[in-house]
Ligand binder design. Structure first.
Ligand code: NAD
Ligand code: IPM
Ligand code: MN
Length: 415
């Protein structure tokens, strides 16, 4: 029987599951794979990509969204997942996207949605007089509960007396682990230091259930150093230029008093364990306003699932838009999923003009998650160079098509 174990359990190579999905997901994901291959091949990084055709076509053809056994397969036999986007006008309910994307976030228990916003070139921010120095922050979005759980239902649906209920579920454990992750990240990183890729680093505080892989299946040689799994790896340096990261927890506890009360109490108790971290609270509406007024005051934002979804799109736009925004859906130490923040963009799908930078930056996060920091940095640098030289698609004001940008990125990463 072939050895199908991923590298972290002693298998022969890092195994990456690739799920391009729908629309421009199918156009940008192959570019990301090409660029990862270019950056890793010369450095003798053993990688295996396995593609899965989950998405609207399969759903419409076979009525299958997330196939049976998919979660176990990804959890046990892959190190990471590279994901494109889901969403198709032929599936107005978006059911397949809920099953696949939210299904994987929930069932793999990927409780950290890390969405870095970094302005990579001054000319891409819509804010007057802001530069790359002002916009460099990380949104940590809770990713396994909140209003996304799907608790609720209809009463008297379709009648004039219809009622629709959507519950906001917040567990003590869920709130604590995301807040703690944000504080650990603050403790282990600092401003003014070069963070190789853009993934979150270490968390020393995994309060989730034990790793599902039995010890008997673990190989002797775990990936190292793998910052997301190793609480002792720190990218903070003792350089005098380095400043501690500031943290902002955001909620709507003045109106949503039950959930807000829990977030407030957990925040208070966790922050007491991190006295060296400058932390504060803002209501989510004020945070939205402050982000636009003065983004330079933020390093780390931690918030719930819905607010994190919204605020991360706002933040993405400050740094050039959705085409440039990456994200990581992470459970430290387990198979994690990396994707651009954008969707399937049906309005431009099939035209060959999709911007692949978000997918490539998400791949940079994936490589950092594997502990391959040099390769991760190479991907990020290739995007920076493309921006500096205006090798960009029309959404960023450029004249290039997707494959021309891809060729450039590959040429930059394969040296
Ligand atoms: P979208 O992100 O797909 O598109 C918003 C706008 O940004 C469009 O004008 C689009 O052309 C542009 N855009 C986005 N990414 C781009 C890129 N890489 N290059 C160039 N232009 C880009 O959001 P939407 O239109 O609200 O949603 C479309 C579908 O995608 C919906 O079905 C939605 O549910 C889904 N969606 C999926 C994800 C995901 O899979 N993670 C995320 C967001 C939306
Ligand atoms: C995102 C998307 C998803 C979300 C949708 C497609 C369900 O907007 O990844 O930000 O709301 O999480
Ligand atoms: Mn979103």
């Amino acid at each position: 029987m072939p050895n199908i174990l991923p590298l972290r359990y002693g298998g022969p190579k890092a195994r990456i599951a690739v799920i391009p999905g729908d629309g421009i997901g199918k156009e940008v994901t192959p570019v990301a794979v090409q660029v990862i291959k270019a950056a890793t091949s010369k450095r003798n990084r053993p990688l295996e990509f396995v593609e899965f055709d989950w998405g609207a076509d399969k759903y419409l053809r076979e009525k299958i969204s997330l196939p049976e056994g998919a979660v176990e397969l990804l959890r046990d036999e892959f190190d990471a997942i590279l994901f494109g986007a889901l969403g198709d006008p032929r599936v107005p309910s978006n059911q397949h996207a809920a099953d696949i994307l939210l299904g994987l976030r929930f069932k793999l228990d990927l409780y950290v949605n890390a969405r870095p916003t970094e302005l990579l070139h001054d000319r891409f921010t819509p804010l007057r007089d802001r530069t790359t120095k002002d916009i460099n922050l990380m949104v940590f979005r809770e990713n396994t509960e909140g209003i996304y759980v799907g608790a609720g239902g209809f009463f008297r649906k379709g009648t004039p007396d219809e009622i629709a209920i959507q519950e906001d579920i917040n567990s003590r454990k869920g709130v604590e682990r995301i807040i703690r992750h944000a504080f650990d990240y603050a403790r282990n990183h600092s401003r003014g230091t070069a963070i190789p890729g853009c993934a979150p680093g270490v968390t020393g505080a995994d309060v989730s259930p034990a790793d599902p892989i039995p010890a008997s299946r673990r190989g002797p040689a775990p990936l190292a150093p793998r910052s997301a799994t190793n609480p002792n790896v720190s990218s903070a340096t003792s350089s005098s230029a380095a400043k501690p990261l500031r943290l902002c927890m955001s909620d709507k506890s003045n109106a949503m008093t039950f959930a807000g009360d829990l977030w407030q109490r957990v925040f208070k108790s966790v922050r007491a364990e991190y006295p060296e971290i400058d932390s504060r609270h803002l209501f989510i509406d004020t945070l939205a306003m402050e982000l636009v007024r003065d983004p330079g005051q933020f390093d780390i934002i931690v918030t719930n699932n819905l607010f994190g979804d919204i605020i991360s799109d706002l933040a993405a736009q400050l740094a050039g838009g959705l085409g440039l925004a990456p994200s990581g859906n992470i459970h430290p130490g387990r198979t994690s999923l990396f994707e651009p923040v954008h969707g399937s963009a049906p309005n431009i799908a099939g035209k060959g003009i999709a911007n692949p930078f978000g997918a490539v930056l998400a791949s940079s996060m994936l490589l950092e998650f594997l502990g391959w920091n040099e390769e991760s940095a190479l991907l990020k640098q290739s995007v920076k160079s493309a921006l500096a030289e205006n090798v960009t698609t029309p959404d960023l004001g450029g004249t290039k098509v997707t494959f021309e940008v891809a060729d450039y990125l590959v040429s930059q990463t394969s040296n």
